[in-house]
Design a protein around this ligand. Sequence first.
Ligand SMILES: C[S@@+](CC[C@H](N)C(=O)[O-])C[C@H]1O[C@@H](n2cnc3c(N)ncnc32)[C@H](O)[C@@H]1O
Length: 370
Amino acid sequence: MDPSTTAEGDEKERGSFVERLLASTGGAFDIFTIYIGDRLGFYRSLGEQGPATSGELAARTGAYERYVREWLEQQTVAGILRVEDENADARSRRYRLPAGHKEVLIDRDSLDYLMPLVQLVAGAVRPMHQVLKAYRSGKGVPYPYYGADFREGQAGMSRAMFLRQLGTEWLPSIPDVHQRLMSDPPARVADIGCGGAWSSIGIAHAYPKVQVDGYDLDEPSVTLAQANVAEAGLGERVCIQRRDAADPSLRGRYDLVTAFECVHDMSNPVGALRTMLSLARDGGAVIVMDERVGDRFTAKGNEVEWMMYGWSVLHCLPVAKADVHSAETGTVMRTDTLKNYAAEAGFCDVEILPIDNFFFRFYRLKALCR
Ligand SMILES: C[S@@+](CC[C@H](N)C(=O)[O-])C[C@H]1O[C@@H](n2cnc3c(N)ncnc32)[C@H](O)[C@@H]1O
């Protein structure tokens, strides 16, 4: 007999579910207390200025000592910080950020930097009441409702990978695209749904001749992207504009058209892909990077779907539904879904590129089949 159908099986299942939810509660507290430590500069101070007592950390960061003390104790019990002498008086105890946690929490150039993920989660729950309403009404929740945390978290998560891998590993692995980006006359790149524009910046850094036009629908993202471009000193070669990718009046002739992790967010993905097809000059390449989800729904999901479904339920599906007409894609955009969108947009084939990444899959959309 199947143990899950017996009373004993039920009890075991209940016990492990209770354990799981308790662990998840601890995980949620990790996320939101780490968020506090980041926003108030506690980790940066401990990492850069060294260990501190609650009073010292409060003085360094301009916070209130009693709150800081509670946070330091909580972070220690949670295993995120270390205390030098746990038996010391509460105000004399000195806390430090362990070396192994430093890179993850404060080094924004590291591929292991996960603070933006924490910020994204904080952003994802910001419009919870609007999300609940949307589930009932069938309407959507506009992207700006998720606020600066979501926008900046998204850009922060992308930053290191686009600066360190896009132009040095991923694009060089596509010989004809790499060759074109290196050669004369200087190539033109359209980066659709560019968000904070780290992909545009990464391409411009890696290929010193190219001109990149980044397009995004969200005004605050465009402002953020323009600031990032200016800070990177690339204002001459990277231009960011607010445009809807599905707007057929978006014109240009580009050697490479990219869409990083945004097609599934679009209310009209077919319209956007149609624009991308028209933007690619003869021989121009169209590359889409999206989530590396499984080929079909399975009860267990593949190794990234637990996370992708989480984003989808809270953010991507409600955002994609903010327009009156929506393809209602969601984060879990499977390969066949993209292939169908691409075919409807007029592409003749979709190739999966041999770029190895845990979270993302890279597609090359072909205009012509030879
Ligand atoms: C998940 S973010 C990805 C941003 C960026 N490509 C990255 O990888 O960090 C999705 C982006 O797509 C943009 N977007 C959604 N629909 C769009 C549309 N129709 N036209 C242009 N951008 C759009 C959003 O504003 C958002 O910045």
